[in-house]
Design a binder for this molecule. Structure first.
Ligand code: PEP
Ligand code: MN
Length: 366
């Protein structure tokens, strides 16, 4: 008597498990190949190899499936294997959350940045202009509970005839003022040849938007052992930004912080467009702390409060803002820096002391 449906189905059930077993074994082999390909810098996609496998299958096919059907089934298997290999690559990245589920926490003395620590403010002038300007600003910001002081000694200016910064002298001025007021000093490095001075004077080396993909200084800064604040390039994709961070981590520096500072778009009302999704995505894909620079992104004083709220709402670990004793006469970015009174209003309107002293997940939680 011929078998009925239940008997035939029982046989299919057994075959399904055998096919699954074979598929899994095949996938493990593909992973092993993928690993070797990555080590040798070879692509996972090899169309010649795929074509050979398909031809071998056509030659061996005894039906009842047509060759086209067999090809389409196997192409799915090839694709799934390649996806596995790509996932494996992603896990290998040092920046990847898949590879390291723990949030990076950067510690600067008693300031802790990242994970569930309270969001921090990096505040200070665009450029270090004089002893007096820096002393006045550092004293004021310290009195308001700010812990990280920013100030550029080397300025990347569009116009070569505009103020370029005080150089190493500016670094010394920044360092001394920060020491007098118990602040940590963040400053932008543009040239790896100045690395020794930065290591001596600064606590955090900032890599500016214009140098995000300048790989030689990036590698040197990665080897310096100093915490780094890596700005996103003016027109950099999120992947390019994260890859730049990968360079720093690859050089052995775990203390990397990202900073979204707005990107170039067609919009004219703002200097740049703050990309809040980049902040959220950087938090999802990497374990690094992420800052939002509210000054250079909007380029407008009237946007500082809303952009701060937006940044914190999508999970930023800190905010960067430019403060100057007298912005009208500032030697750079004089339209967007804020004076001390405006900074006090900013603290009030963002609820800095009430909200930002809380754990990060409690800040602007919906
Ligand atoms: C800065 O923070 O001083 C600066 C120049 O910013 P960016 O590199 O983001 O333009
Ligand atoms: Mn500036």
């Amino acid at each position: 008597m011929s078998e009925g449906i239940p008997e035939l189905r029982a046989k299919i059930d057994v075959l399904n498990l055998q096919i699954l077993e074979l598929l899994s074994e095949r996938a493990r082999l593909a992973e092993a190949i993928g690993e070797l390909q990555s080590k040798q810098g070879l692509s996972h996609y090899d169309p010649v190899r795929e074509q050979k496998m398909l031809s071998a299958l056509s030659a061996a096919n005894r039906g009842p499936f047509e060759n086209a059907t067999v090809h389409s089934l196997f192409k799915q298997i090839f694709q799934a294997s390649m996806h596995l290999e790509q996932q494996q690559d992603k896990r290998r990245y040092l920046t990847s959350r898949d590879g390291d589920a723990n949030d990076t926490v950067v510690t600067l003395g008693d300031v802790t940045i990242g994970s569930d620590h309270s969001p921090v403010l990096i505040a200070g002038p665009c450029a270090i202009e004089s002893e007096e300007q820096v002393e006045e600003t550092a004293a004021f910001l310290a009195s308001r509970g700010v812990t990280l002081f920013r100030g550029g000694a080397f300025k990347p200016r569009t116009d070569p005839y505009s103020f370029q910064g005080l150089g190493v002298e500016g670094l010394r001025i920044g360092r001394e003022a920060c020491d007098r007021h118990g602040l940590k000093f963040v400053s932008e490095i543009m040239d790896a040849r100045k690395l020794d001075a930065f290591v001596e004077y600064a606590d955090v080396l900032q890599i500016g938007a214009r140098n995000m993909q300048n790989f030689t200084p990036l590698k040197a800064v990665g080897r310096s052992g100093k915490p780094v604040l890596l700005k996103r390039g003016l027109s950099a994709t999120i992947e390019e930004w994260i890859m730049a961070a990968e360079y720093l981590l690859h050089e052995g520096n775990p203390n990397i912080m990202l900073c979204e500072r707005g990107i170039r778009t067609y919009e004219q009302y703002t200097r740049n467009t703050l990309d809040v999704s980049a902040v959220a995505l950087a938090k999802l894909q990497t374990h690094l702390p992420v800052f939002v620079d509210v000054t250079h992104s909007g380029g407008r004083r009237d946007l500082l409060v809303p952009l701060t709220k937006a940044g914190l709402a999508v999970g930023a670990d800190g905010i960067m803002i430019e403060v100057h004793p007298n912005p009208q006469v500032a030697l750079s970015d004089n339209k967007q820096q804020i004076d001390f009174d405006t900074f006090d209003t900013y603290l009030e309107e963002t609820g800095y002391h009430q909200k930002l002293s809380r754990k990060r997940h409690e800040v602007y939680a919906f």
